[in-house]
Ligand binder design. Structure first.
Ligand code: SAM
Length: 327
């Protein structure tokens, strides 16, 4: 289950948000902390959710994150809970998040060069992010996964360097294909860097061999990384999430809740099923579970995006950007 805590963010990544002018959700529309906890409990206790990922927007902009986490943890002692974050401000909060019951983190980081980072995120915060990741590692919020989106002519040449950095630090780097979920609607199929291109650029510097572990519905196709010609233990493992060119819809087991409490059965859905009105008007947990179940029964077979931009009109970009859905 991916649950978004807020649509707000303190970065403005070009492939996700506009430079300015987003319409934020009002406080009244946003799920309150206790509503979030109730939804998680319904998901786990009645619908078979086995893993929770908190995301956003930027989940760290919610000052009640630690309260939300400790309340979920009190009710769900064994639930794996991860956080997808840009790590701005994580340095000061990592220890408290661990104590509140967070299991591990995923950090989004597209460049290790300050200027490129600032171009991509429109904010000069690379050093804060690196300090945040170090803090998370030192308090035991691992295994740490790093998410990177490559943009042609901006940071695509940095792919091998990002791998070198991640394997040295012991983090699992995952490249995510750029998806047509940007608020500015500038994504093009020709412009995006494909999984095939990513593998080729890495193979110039490393040997990649398929990770023998079962993928088990995970979005990332995982590869062991070795120096050319080396045998034995790999330097590390990387993942490639090829949502556009090598979609994995048939294995997808995810359910998503937006920050305003709507079920999205697919990241690219146009259908959203609101749970909050029912919850706020006396609906029981069983009522909420039933509405959620019905939304998931309509999970589409596939997102239809594999042909976007190629003259096939099956894919139409949803109104919400990634930051407003919860990535
Ligand atoms: N703020 C948090 C973060 O930065 O990780 C969580 C939300 S962010 C929307 C989650 C992930 O979505 C990030 O790894 C980001 O790079 C990715 N993302 C956003 N827009 C995307 C797009 N158009 N295509 C692919 N990934 C995207």
């Amino acid at each position: 289950m991916r649950l978004s805590l807020t649509d707000k963010c303190n970065l403005r990544c070009t492939y996700c948000m506009p430079a300015d002018g987003m319409d934020w959700l009002s406080k009244a529309k946003l799920m309150g902390a206790d509503e979030i906890v109730r939804i998680v409990n319904i998901g786990v206790d009645q619908l078979g959710v086995r893993e929770l990922r908190l995301t956003g927007g930027e989940p760290l902009v919610r000052m009640d994150l630690e309260y939300i986490l400790s309340s979920i943890r009190a009710a769900q002692p064994d639930l794996p809970i991860s956080l997808t974050t840009n790590a701005v401000g994580l340095e000061k909060r990592a220890a408290g998040l661990k104590e509140a019951g967070l299991t591990r983190i995923n950090v989004s980081l597209d460049s290790l060069h300050s200027e490129t980072f600032t171009t991509l995120t429109r904010r000069p915060f690379l050093e804060k992010v690196l300090r945040g990741i170090d803090a998370a590692a030192s308090v035991g919020l691992g295994p740490i996964k790093i998410n990177a989106v490559l943009l042609r002519g901006i940071n695509d040449a940095e792919a091998p360097e990002l791998v070198e950095w991640a394997v040295t630090k012991g983090y699992e780097l995952r490249f995510i294909e750029q998806m047509p979920l940007d608020e500015d609607h500038v994504w093009t199929r020709d412009g995006m860097i494909t999984a095939g291109e990513i593998r080729s650029s890495l193979q110039a510097r490393f040997d990649l061999s398929p990770d023998p572990r079962d993928r088990d519905g995970a979005p990332a196709d995982r590869w062991e990384v070795r120096r050319p010609g080396a045998v034995g233990d790999p330097l590390g493992v990387i993942g490639i999430i090829a949502s556009v060119t090598e979609p994995f819809c048939t294995d997808c087991k995810r359910t998503r809740i937006t920050a305003d409490g709507k079920v999205m059965a697919c990241l690219f859905s146009h259908d959203e099923t609101p749970l909050l009105p029912l919850m706020r008007n006396g609906g029981t947990d069983a009522d909420v579970a039933q509405r959620w179940r019905e939304a998931m029964w309509l999970k589409p077979k596939a997102h239809g995006m594999d042909h976007a931009g190629l003259g096939d009109a099956t894919y139409v970009q949803p109104d919400r950007s990634m930051s407003a859905i919860g990535g």
